[in-house]
Design a protein around this ligand. Structure first.
Ligand SMILES: [Zn+2]
Length: 314
């Protein structure tokens, strides 16, 4: 089972590299050499480190049980499993994910001109137990964490926990001058379609990222969402979408729904763990012995996290 997991991880890594080099993903039909279990362990440590840095103060400890299951321990004492070790199809991963499923597909920070394959959706898998702990476990709790962020002339509600509203504010400060210079870019941003909305994802019983107040929909177009339009029309809209908007949001730790195979082009979501994983770990050759290579090691907080991970998972 672990071998299969490793294989899935390796396939994702290859898809990522192929996309980065603009090689068709179909070229994936290569013979895979089975890597060692060290690859799995190193990936787990990297995923947990990204989560700890991205959600500073929310994860206080790590535990490996006698049975070999790894948990992160939240500030409240709640334990959240890293890998349930079940073999799951994609649908089940979305429905019943663990943290490993959530972190598995690496968000691409490079420019794309074509839609991603429909099963490539980094960020669409969300562990609700985790987001409940960080942003609020009920509508009432989420609402109590909301604050107003001014974008242009209007204010929009966003979650103030884990610096989400600060990140939106910072993205806005950079974005507004750009929209003032270009009416073309302005038309992709305004009118803003919405931020906080306590609702489920259309056609599912799962909460949307909007329910936590960590997502923003910019100006609406009928070809923005995979379920409203054809891939052909979606791809046309994607090709037009201003790179500057994407760059500014990604710089501020938002992922873009346009980089999902099941595209959601007007949607930006605050997911610092995924941006971190992509930024620090995926643009360099893999070093299993030094699983944390690439991280900023002059940072005392990061060093403490690495020490904790080494202590608890070795
Ligand atoms: Zn949205």
């Amino acid at each position: 089972m672990v071998k299969r997991k490793i294989k899935v991880l390796l396939i994702n890594l290859i898809v990522f590299i192929l996309c980065a080099k603009n090689i068709p993903v179909q070229a994936i039909n290569v013979i895979l050499v089975e890597p060692s279990a060290n690859f799995y362990e190193a990936t787990m440590k990297r995923d947990i480190l990204c989560l700890m840095i991205a959600y500073q103060g929310y994860i206080t400890d790590i535990e490996r049980t006698k049975e070999g299951f790894v948990y992160i321990i939240m500030k409240s004492g709640k334990r959240i499993i890293y890998d349930d070790k079940k073999v799951k199809e994609i649908k089940e991963k979305v429905q019943n994910p663990d943290l490993q499923d959530m972190m598995e597909q690496v968000y691409p920070l490079f420019n794309i001109t074509k839609l991603m394959p429909s099963d490539f959706n980094p960020g669409r898998i969300r562990v609700y137990d985790f987001f409940n702990e960080v942003y609020g476990g009920s509508e009432q709790q989420v609402v109590s964490n909301l604050t107003n962020v001014k974008i242009g002339y209007k204010s929009h509600l966003f979650n103030s926990n884990n610096k989400a509203s600060e990140a939106l504010q910072s993205a806005t400060q950079e974005l507004i001058p750009v929209t003032e210079k270009s009416s073309f870019i302005y038309s992709f941003v305004f009118p803003i379609s919405g931020t906080f909305n306590y609702r489920t994802i259309h056609g599912t019983d799962r909460l949307s990222a909007h329910a936590y107040g960590i997502a923003i929909d910019l100006a609406y177009d009928k070809n923005d969402y995979w379920n409203w339009t054809s891939r052909k029309e979606g791809e046309k809209r994607l090709a037009l979408y201003p790179k500057e908007i994407i760059r500014i949001f990604e710089k501020n730790n938002f992922i873009w729904g346009g980089k999902w195979g099941l595209f959601d082009i007007l949607h930006f979501e605050y997911r610092p763990e995924l941006i971190l994983k992509s930024r620090y770990f995926e643009n360099q050759s893999y070093d299993i012995k030094k699983w944390y290579s690439g991280m900023p090691l002059d940072n005392a907080v990061v060093e403490d996290y690495i020490r904790l991970i080494e202590e608890k998972l070795n």
